[in-house]
Design a protein around this ligand. Sequence first.
Ligand SMILES: Cc1cc2nc3c(=O)[nH]c(=O)nc-3n(C[C@H](O)[C@H](O)[C@H](O)COP(=O)(O)OP(=O)(O)OC[C@H]3O[C@@H](n4cnc5c(N)ncnc54)[C@H](O)[C@@H]3O)c2cc1C
Length: 488
Amino acid sequence: MTKQADVVVIGGGITGAAILYELAKYNLRAVLVEQEPELAAGTTKANSAILHAGFDAPTGSMKARMNVEGNAMYHELKDELDLEIEWTGSFVAAVDDEEMSVLQELLERGQANGVPGLEIWDGDKVREKEPNLSKDIKGALWAPTAGICWPFGMALAFAENAVINGAEVLRECQVTGITVENGAVKAVETDQGTIETKYVINAAGVHADDVSRMAGDDSFTITPRRGEYILFDKTAQKDLVYSPIFPTPTKMGKGILVCATTHGNVFVGPNAHDLDGSEKDDTAVTIPGMNEILEKARKLVPNIPAGAAITEFAGVRAVSSTGDFIIGHSEKTKGLFQAAGIQSPGLTSAPAIAKAIVGEIVAETGAAQKEDYKKGRPAQPCFRTLSDDDKKALIAKDAAYGRVICRCETITEGEIIDAIRRPVGARTVDGVKRRTRAGMGRCQGGFCGPRVTQILARELNIPVTEVRKEMRKSYMFYDKETQSGGKA
Ligand SMILES: Cc1cc2nc3c(=O)[nH]c(=O)nc-3n(C[C@H](O)[C@H](O)[C@H](O)COP(=O)(O)OP(=O)(O)OC[C@H]3O[C@@H](n4cnc5c(N)ncnc54)[C@H](O)[C@@H]3O)c2cc1C
């Protein structure tokens, strides 16, 4: 393949997807390349899913500015793209006088960063709202503008709208090199061929330093910092907490929190451990890690239902050597834009980062806004939330909505087929899971996994031995004849 593009975005996490969404508003040929079969396959799929208010980052930093701007932008985006967001507010809890003085510092920093509505509450007032909080908590910082979200769905929504507006998403397309001539970007080399372009946006997450080096800019490095989590069955601990509950922060991060998901589960985590630079994609969970997060979470909420854990997972933060987000034009290579070092609050900041970078490219190219730009994206069916009459009507129109595939979450074959056929459709079992919730319940796909695999094989017109769980080589079945998973 040799292709021409005006702008190539490298990386299909929330940052790359938000950038593609912003680019697609203009008369620019925009292509996003992602090495895995699904978007949001990196850090975007494994994090605390909180839209932070913006009091953590130092005043004047890129992180602080992008956080506050991004948080505000999500209000409109939620309505336009039908994003799963709940504006729950958040608490930072303090257990002694020293921690109470940290709350005061956070409040003042937040006010300087432009965060509205911050208040310090005493312990009794906090427990009126969050009755399961420890009696040891003396007070908390209340941030009403924080929220919880579904990051995979948000990244997908950005990409779906971009594709509807003519942008292109190339999946299973790994960038292997960037051609630079006379100090300027000329082309992106991938394992699917060459894309000729003058502009590259590096949104490659923990690999952003590797990608930047490909284009001759070695001005920063990324250290991977892993955070582990435990997720609990939603029937076991209903209403344990309403808002995210943080401890006071440490120099490694915001600390181990207790939080609900937009789907009604509770989770605890993340811890923070730096990895060796060669272990950037190591999302293993460990027994010491599980013990650490349970012990710390119980200091905030004593009755964590440890026996109702349904899964454990980890995400890797992209910690930059500059200590801040690296956003904007490279100082070394013409045409290279960085969206690098996007650790927390990266989910919250994504729309603001996208606006800043695309604004620079539009100013440089003079690209005009598309006259036929379309807002929104196709509605996603959700069978379990319909009234009985609407369910009957949907089944009468399409019998696939009458066949329940995931019993834990009541997900029908119709919803799974829709997930596969959407503008950036599911290609893997986890892609179906994250679009529909099939496999996210108590049995974690034990019952529906094989049936989802069959539906994927049929819809994608591939043998079942080629269906993957999530990543490029994660085949669901071992093929005795070829002695391998999938194609030999
Ligand atoms: C433990 C933890 C908790 C967090 N909690 C929060 C939170 O509550 N709120 C918040 O706002 N933020 C949070 N964050 C931060 C947030 O998750 C990240 O900032 C965000 O997901 C980063 O998105 P990204 O698109 O930059 O990177 P990623 O999601 O990692 O995407 C990068 C993509 O680039 C692709 N890629 C890499 N190299 C190549 C290549 N050579 N060719 C093609 N593709 C390539 C990868 O496959 C990947 O899909 C948390 C992060 C962690 C780890």
